[in-house]
Design a protein around this ligand. Structure first.
Ligand SMILES: Nc1nc2c(ncn2[C@@H]2O[C@H](COP(=O)(O)OP(=O)(O)O)[C@@H](O)[C@H]2O)c(=O)[nH]1
Ligand SMILES: [Mg+2]
Length: 307
């Protein structure tokens, strides 16, 4: 218990330091990964670890046999680590659960994820609607997603994979490219963390297949030799079949997650080019811009002629 309190105190300290850098707004941590890897469970585990009470289901967990709902990709936001009434600390991070991303981010999907990271997608928006919108409009006519809000900007990306499921290599690579672009027009670079859930279901000491998967995961995300990786066990019915977690918390689950949270909230880790705006194409490359210019020129010419 002592260790839990000590880590919580350190996180609060870190948040205080980061808060001034973010102009007093809380940081936003996005959880991304395939369906069923345990993103929602991880959010609930973090909520429990960061708080004082027992486990509660804030983010809805459990799937329908691992099937994704093909038409809803919703961003759920959990301000103040799911427990605003407990923390009353405006600097406690907002956790966001990015549900139902496809395994391959083709076409406009990477734009959508990029817009999300830049804080341009309003709350509770179905990402499939954003896709539909982008497919029917060119760059200049995107009034819906043209405004970025600082409090919606993603400051940390936590990529979640499971020890028992196939690694979605394509998805992982795309997330890295979008979060930390090295070429192209966008430059805002967001720190990436990796969590391997369900480590209760494997034995890393002898399971070489698992170890290879973990190495690959770290390689793709650039986590090799860094403290930005965590093997974790979530609060779930496998580890607590009688659901005693609704009456108590388990320090052996809380402490590892809190260790990762100290890293996530470490003021030494920063977003590169934090204030960089979303790189809309330069205005002069837009058809609409030239049409407007032509109208203005014709109008001026008429005005001159009629003088
Ligand atoms: N054994 C075990 N099961 C887990 C763990 N984390 C999540 N689960 C289970 O995995 C399933 C999917 O979890 P969920 O959080 O809904 O995944 P999501 O789709 O990524 O949000 C649920 O049945 C969870 O109980 C874990 O660490 N260990
Ligand atoms: Mg979920």
């Amino acid at each position: 218990m002592d260790q839990k309190r000590r880590l919580q105190a350190q996180i609060k300290d870190n948040l205080q330091k980061i808060g001034s850098r973010l102009n007093g707004r809380p940081m936003t941590v996005a959880f991304i990964g395939s369906v069923g890897v345990g993103k929602s469970s991880l959010i609930n585990t973090i909520a429990t670890a960061m708080g004082t009470g027992c486990w509660q289901q804030h983010a809805y967990t459990g799937g329908h046999g691992g099937q994704a709902d093909p038409v809803t990709t919703v961003i759920r936001r959990y301000p103040q680590c799911c427990r605003p009434e407990e923390h009353r600390n405006p600097l406690f991070p907002t956790l966001i659960d990015v549900q139902g991303l496809p395994e391959h981010l083709e076409g406009p999907w990477s734009d959508v994820l990029s817009l999300l990271f830049y804080g341009r997608i309003p709350e509770e928006e179905n990402l499939h609607d954003v896709i539909g919108y982008l497919q029917t409009r060119d760059d200049i006519r995107r009034p819906k997603y043209i405004r970025g809000r600082d409090r919606l900007k993603v400051d940390r990306v936590v990529v979640v994979a499971s020890a028992t499921q196939l690694l979605p290599v394509d998805l992982l690579q795309s997330i890295v490219e979008i979060a930390r672009p090295i070429q192209g027009r966008s430059r805002r670079g967001i720190p990436i963390f990796g969590v391997m859930t369900k480590s209760d279901l494997v034995d890393p000491d002898v399971d070489t297949e698992y170890l290879q998967k973990e190495q690959r995961f770290k390689d793709i995300l650039g986590l090799q030799g860094t403290p930005r990786f965590l093997r974790c066990i979530n609060y779930c019915s496998d580890i607590d079949p009688d659901n005693n977690m609704i009456f108590q918390s388990y320090p052996y689950l809380d402490v590892p997650v809190l260790r990762l949270m100290t890293q996530i909230c470490d003021p030494a880790i920063e977003v590169v080019h934090q204030r960089e705006p979303y790189p809309y194409q330069h205005l002069t490359r837009e058809k609409t811009f030239w049409i407007l210019m032509a109208v203005v020129v014709i109008f001026l010419a008429f005005a001159l002629l009629l003088r």
